[in-house]
Design a protein around this ligand. Structure first.
Ligand SMILES: Nc1ncnc2c1ncn2[C@@H]1O[C@H](COP(=O)(O)OP(=O)(O)OP(=O)(O)O)[C@@H](O)[C@H]1O
Ligand SMILES: [Mg+2]
Length: 271
């Protein structure tokens, strides 16, 4: 196995993401947090004499398991911002001077990134963990890939109440297809909905919450680009589509890098 030039690892509340730079290419690998020991073993194998750059809430836990290796912990928000820049440039898009970075991880954080500085603008407990936890409670399905497959076949009309349905034929003051109430169409008398529909509505709830917050924060910061990152977007077409559409309606450009799950890991590797 040839050794890496740089290794960054972002150990979060759900997943550990590793980005390895080798022969001018990034190689990505993720582990569930429950496999932290297997991840540490793998890092021992690939890292040779290199120092391992760590970030994320579980970086300390991983560092304990990397005894005998040089490892350094970097602050999560700063490295994620740098990683977002690198990823956008790597995917051949123009990197904006200033942007909002919304990281939809287990939870959601919003940071205003500008002229080498980062201002934390808040966050929400509604994030990727909500997709797993709430969908799991509703349907008994907790596997992320299965959830996004189900969601792709789901319809939200039985569960979510749109503005148009509240106004019932009257002219609404805002776009009728906006959600007036997530899960608001459900009552004890409504007919039962399928797991597919329920999971699509959970993803809708998360998508609309993180997008609304991002739009407001972007307006407050005076930027018109939001970079969305986090593993919650990985293969998640429904989330991606809602976030893009909703941002576009507000004149905000949503950039969702293909490997946005690895912003923290890439940023750490480059620190
Ligand atoms: N293989 C997977 N297993 C579990 N969750 C996954 C998987 N792939 C994507 N996800 C989604 O990504 C979310 C975790 O995202 P991410 O890895 O960015 O968070 P984290 O870094 O672990 O958490 P945080 O940054 O909040 O500490 C999960 O909650 C889930 O919705
Ligand atoms: Mg994270």
């Amino acid at each position: 196995m040839s050794t890496a030039d740089r290794i960054g690892v972002d150990a979060g509340g759900t997943l550990i993401k590793a980005a390895v730079h080798r022969e001018e290419k990034w190689i990505y690998r993720s582990f569930p947090l429950s496999q932290i020991d297997a991840c540490a073993e793998w890092l021992h194998l690939i890292s040779s004499e290199r120092s391992i750059h760590l970030t994320g809430g579980k970086a300390g836990k991983l560092k304990e398991r990397l005894r005998g290796r040089t490892s350094v912990i970097f602050p999560e928000f700063a490295v994620s911002a740098e990683g977002a820049r690198q990823l956008i440039a790597y995917e051949r898009d123009v990197v904006p001077d200033a942007f909002l970075l919304t990281n939809v991880g287990t939870g959601t954080s919003l940071n205003y990134v500008h002229s080498g500085k980062i201002d934390w603008m808040g966050g929400s407990g509604v994030g990727g963990g909500t997709i797993i936890g709430l969908s799991g409670l509703l349907t008994g399905i907790y596997d992320f890939d299965t959830l996004i497959q189900y969601a792709s076949r789901g319809r939200r009309t039985m569960i979510d109440l749109t503005v148009a349905r509240i106004y019932e034929g009257e002219e609404p003051p805002i776009a009728g297809d906006l959600t007036a109430s997530n899960f608001g169409a459900v009552s004890k008398d409504s007919s039962s909905s399928s797991p597919e529909d329920q999971i699509a509505s959970v993803i809708g709830l998360v998508a609309e919450t993180v997008t609304s917050l991002s739009i407001l924060a972007a307006q407050r910061a005076g930027v018109n680009t939001v970079i969305f990152a986090g593993s919650t977007f990985s293969g998640n077409e429904l989330l991606t589509e809602i976030v893009k559409r909703y941002c576009a309606e507000w004149g905000i450009t949503a950039m969702i890098p293909r490997h946005g799950a690895y912003c923290g890991a890439i940023g750490a590797a480059c620190s």
